[in-house]
Design a protein around this ligand. Structure first.
Ligand SMILES: NC(=O)C1=CN([C@@H]2O[C@H](COP(=O)(O)OP(=O)(O)OC[C@H]3O[C@@H](n4cnc5c(N)ncnc54)[C@H](OP(=O)(O)O)[C@@H]3O)[C@@H](O)[C@H]2O)[C@@H](O)CC1
Ligand SMILES: Nc1ncnc2c1ncn2[C@@H]1O[C@H](COP(=O)(O)OP(=O)(O)O)[C@@H](O)[C@H]1O
Ligand SMILES: [K+]
Length: 468
């Protein structure tokens, strides 16, 4: 079952990794025409009702196939000139019949045996506006056989097409049932596994944008336990977390290192801890434990932090404790080992299958770092490619831990935060390399984080898909 958002994620990743979506639109339109002819036979009178998004494009491609053995009319509900995107223009080129305006809708429906609903797909949100709402009502009262493309237009709102058949792509979409979608036929349209199981710009769709009326702390609170031995690691993680949009970051460190860490920024808070952990640290939405902690940490304190935390990212030295802590599946936990840390903590080779096994048996998300990051929750296995060999410099792992924990502090679930965090980290490095070759620094990477967000989250579509 695919949510609309997951569908849009795959869409965005496909475009990024493989170029434009037109080949998929061709496959989608052809799949619809095949199903229509399988179900109803040839020689039908078909009215294809199109909106002005890609769902409409699928309808036009279907029409270009169906016209070979049926009588076909196409209606563009917002007029032919509304079919203006590059994809839609290419769809129109495949069809060598007329495309009528909305004034022909009544006649088209009256004369046909089958209505194809290509008004709205997974890019739609909210109750359909005019002229779509009226068209949907007309289709529902027409008494004709109705076939919806991808989803019944308006699904989930009070004005929705009630089709006999829905031809949906890749997987059933969230909210579809036999009652609201009729017979559901799932067709593969050739989306490669990699568009699904690779971190990419589509993961930006799950970034929790701040609500306009929100106040301080609602968009992320993070406690960073680190810098007990290497203070710089805590500075990097805290600064990366702020760059990723966390409201409030507080570093808990040793009495000696607290002033050093504080001297590197006035944007995060610093507190020193003694024999016990202050209660307020657990009130933050996420905890990051590990950057720069060093090997000689107090096991009792560190175990206490892990056991108390509900949402936590574990990095570097404390990972060694993990095998002794039992099942953590009641919490949201991300562990971010590199290859040798993975070996130490699991006793297994650092390969994807073992990462998956470890994630499953401990109830955590594993981010196994390397030239290619492996991300797994024990059920699905993702990878994050990209980045460059300059990322072997010290600090890039601290930065990644800061990013993932910041995203979790803003409410993203562990797996989503890990996918987006790995993508941002590698993209920031690649953006720095575009400018400075292999001679950029971790500070440059942190500075590039806002630009990564801007580059990959622009466009009206991204904004319309804000996840909460
Ligand atoms: N996933 C894939 O890989 C592939 C997906 N494909 C297909 O693309 C479909 C998704 O296409 P999509 O993203 O262009 O959006 P779609 O559903 O056509 O609607 C967007 C339009 O609707 C409008 N609109 C929105 N809300 C509205 C409202 N309440 N009331 C009225 N209007 C509203 C919105 O206008 P705007 O809000 O921007 O003014 C915009 O014009 C997908 O379902 C599948 O069929 C295949 O072609 C290829 C592979
Ligand atoms: N050779 C490489 N090519 C591309 N990215 C790399 C490479 N080595 C490490 N990275 C990236 O650098 C970051 C830190 O990974 P790593 O160096 O393995 O961890 P650590 O900093 O904990 O030693 C990760 O985002 C990882 O993807
Ligand atoms: K539809």
């Amino acid at each position: 079952m695919l949510s609309y958002l997951e569908s849009a994620r795959i869409d965005a990743n496909y475009r990024y990794f493989y170029g434009d979506l037109f080949r998929l639109m061709l496959n989608a339109g052809r799949a619809v025409s095949e199903v229509v002819e399988e179900e109803f036979g040839k020689g039908q009178r078909i009215c294809v009702v199109c909106g002005s998004g890609n769902n409409g494009g699928d309808g036009i491609v279907a029409a270009s196939e169906l016209i070979k053995s049926n009588s076909v009319s196409v209606i563009a509900l917002r007029g032919r000139e509304s079919l203006s995107t590059d994809m839609l223009k290419r769809a129109v080129e495949t069809y060598n019949g007329p495309i009528e305006g909305p004034e022909m809708l009544d006649q088209c429906i009256a004369n046909c045996t089958i209505v194809i609903d290509a008004i709205l797909g997974v890019g739609a949100h909210g109750t359909p506006r005019e002229p779509y709402a009226s068209a949907i009502r007309k289709i529902n009262t027409s008494g004709k056989a109705v076939v919806s493309i991808d989803v019944p237009s308006g699904l989930g709102s009070e004005i929705a097409v009630r089709p006999h058949i829905t031809v949906t792509f890749t997987d059933v979409k969230e909210g579809m049932t036999g009652e609201n979608s009729g017979k559901i036929v799932v067709r593969d349209i050739g989306i490669p596994r990699d568009a699904v199981y690779r971190a990419g710009p589509g993961d930006m769709l799950f970034y929790p944008y701040p609500e306009p009326g929100s106040h301080k702390g609602m968009n992320g609170t993070l406690s960073v336990f680190g810098g007990w031995s290497y203070y710089g690691s805590a500075v990097i993680a805290a600064r990366a977390a702020l760059a990723a949009g966390c409201d409030l970051v507080k570093v808990y460190t040793t009495r000696e290192n607290a002033p050093l860490i504080a001297s590197h920024s006035f944007e995060y808070m610093v507190s020193s801890i003694g024999d016990s952990v202050p209660e307020e640290a657990f009130r933050s939405r996420c905890i990051l434990l590990g950057p720069g902690l060093g090997r000689d940490f107090d096991r009792r304190i560190v175990s206490q932090i892990i056991m108390r935390a509900q949402r936590i990212v574990l990095d570097a030295d404390p990972l060694r404790l993990l095998p002794h802590l039992g099942d953590l599946s009641g919490k949201e936990v991300v562990v971010t080992p590199h290859a040798s840390e993975f070996r130490d903590m699991s006793g297994m080779d650092p390969v994807p299958e073992n990462a998956m096994e470890f994630a499953k048996s401990h109830g955590v998300v594993v981010v196994l770092k390397g030239e290619e990051d492996i991300i797994t929750d024990g059920n699905s296995l993702y990878r994050c490619t990209g980045g460059n060999p300059r990322m072997t410099m010290g600090g890039t792992g601290d930065m990644l831990a800061g990013l993932i924990s910041a995203l979790m502090s803003k409410g993203m679930p562990a797996l989503r935060a890990s996918l987006l965090g790995t993508f941002i980290n590698k993209s920031a490095a690649d953006m720095c390399m575009e400018r400075k070759g292999l001679w950029y620094s971790v500070s440059d990477m942190i500075g590039a984080v806002p630009e990564v967000f801007l580059r990959y989250s622009d466009g009206a579509k991204i904004n319309s898909f804000r996840a909460h």
